[in-house]
Write a protein that binds this ligand. Sequence first.
Ligand SMILES: Nc1ncnc2c1ncn2[C@@H]1O[C@H](COP(=O)(O)OP(=O)(O)OP(=O)(O)O)[C@@H](O)[C@H]1O
Ligand SMILES: O=P(O)(O)OC[C@H]1O[C@H](OP(=O)(O)OP(=O)(O)O)[C@H](O)[C@@H]1O
Ligand SMILES: O=C(O)c1cccnc1
Length: 480
Amino acid sequence: MTDSGLTLHTDKYQINMMYAHWKNGTADTGAVFEAYFRKLPFGNGYAVFAGLERIVNYIKELHFNEQELHYLSQQEEQYEPAFLELLRQFQFKGTLYSAEEGAIVFPNEPLIRVEGTVFETQLVETALLNFMNYQTLIATKASRIVQVASGDTLLEFGTRRAQEADAAVWGARATYIAGFHATSNLHAGMLFGIPTKGTHAHSWVQGHDSEEEAFLNYAKALPDQVTLLIDTYDTLKSGLEHAIHTAHWLESIGKRMSAVRLDSGDLAYLSKEARKRLDAAGLPYVSIVASNDLDETLIFNLKAQGAKIDTWGVGTQLITAADQPSLGGVYKLTAREREGQWIPVIKLSNNPEKVSTPGRKDVYRIIDRSTGLAEADYIALSDEDEMVRGEPLRLFDPVHPYISRVVTDYEAVPLLTRVIDKGELVYELPSLEQIRAFHQRELARFKPEVQRKLNPELYVVHLSEKAWQLKMDLIQSSKR
Ligand SMILES: Nc1ncnc2c1ncn2[C@@H]1O[C@H](COP(=O)(O)OP(=O)(O)OP(=O)(O)O)[C@@H](O)[C@H]1O
Ligand SMILES: O=P(O)(O)OC[C@H]1O[C@H](OP(=O)(O)OP(=O)(O)O)[C@H](O)[C@@H]1O
Ligand SMILES: O=C(O)c1cccnc1
């Protein structure tokens, strides 16, 4: 089996709809889709947008090769050869707007808007959601951990327990965007330039006649990067003592041991004891790394217990987003072309939260000029511009429209940037370091109350009156 790329990384129903459009002569009809999620993950107050780079790479490479066309020709749908020929000619000529990676984003606002023929905009749904949902989820989980670690070093250790290889690599990248400092995954390091770090496994110690010999052999081989895992037999009685010997030996050859790693037991108690004994042995520079099924709650608790841990190795809980394994982002048609006119469309639902917001929309972050802080996000139809001109803006609560306030001294910063214009890439993909720095700047625009991990303050995403009215009108007319 050879893997020919990501073009068929899509759900069959997309191809079926494309086929049906082609059969009906509507394949070239214009469509606007918007991708968004409805609920913040982990009870967090914000999400960290990620996935754009992979989406752009995917769209750039999007074409049907002979292997893929042959495979499609064998499907039970019996697509006609002329349709497959159309796929052979296919190129994405649509336009894509997106939030930038590292941006702080909220539920129910468009994070990506795709415009083009219904043929091409439908095709990209599955892969686009796949990349956005996973990477945004992991970046958000990582951001919670970054928050509680308050400046300590964070290492991403998840690969072995990730949901397969792509998740490990792109997940590592997402954690770096959110503020992790390094990954153990060398492939992610090579692909994206993320710093890499590694200690050693229990097998290194088990594979020697004694722990002491294991430590010494490791230190001899890698004298500049010695972090010793001290819990294979008995952390305090044997591991720590042997590590101290090794550190002294390293000093005798003019080197300094980096750290000891704790991977089981009471990490608060053991780290405090280890710190005391390392300091007493004249080794205050040897830092303490901890790992073992850590997440933001455990790290927060360990810090509250006074743990003396400098570096946190975080794997399974982070890379699998164990407490919420999917973001649930959706891709909804918001407008379509009919006889040369754009018509807004809606998706109704018995669940009011699932009723889509019709029309081609933009999102603005309303920044209070006096504080520099984000006040709210504002979704408006794309032809509205009063917020760009800085006119007084009424922000009302869509659930209770009588609750409203007017903002005057603000700047409206658009969240969506044009990335692909009629098939041409018009956006320079930032480097990962730029994305990481951008993320920090964006986060600083939010009050600590929105950023806190537990019961954060609700940051409101408002709809313009025009967008709200359009939604109400379409709900009414659809019911009729
Ligand atoms: N002081 C602490 N307070 C709260 N949780 C802790 C503390 N120390 C460790 N933990 C966490 O408790 C969980 C269980 O750790 P513990 O080492 O007892 O079990 P284990 O991982 O099964 O041990 P082993 O690897 O020896 O089998 C881990 O997720 C660990 O991170
Ligand atoms: O607990 P996580 O957050 O997922 O972090 C990664 C874990 O992976 C390793 O254990 P593993 O038992 O796989 O290998 P080892 O023998 O090297 O400890 C490491 O020691 C950590 O405990
Ligand atoms: O380098 C480490 O200590 C490491 C790497 C991956 C998983 N667990 C630990």
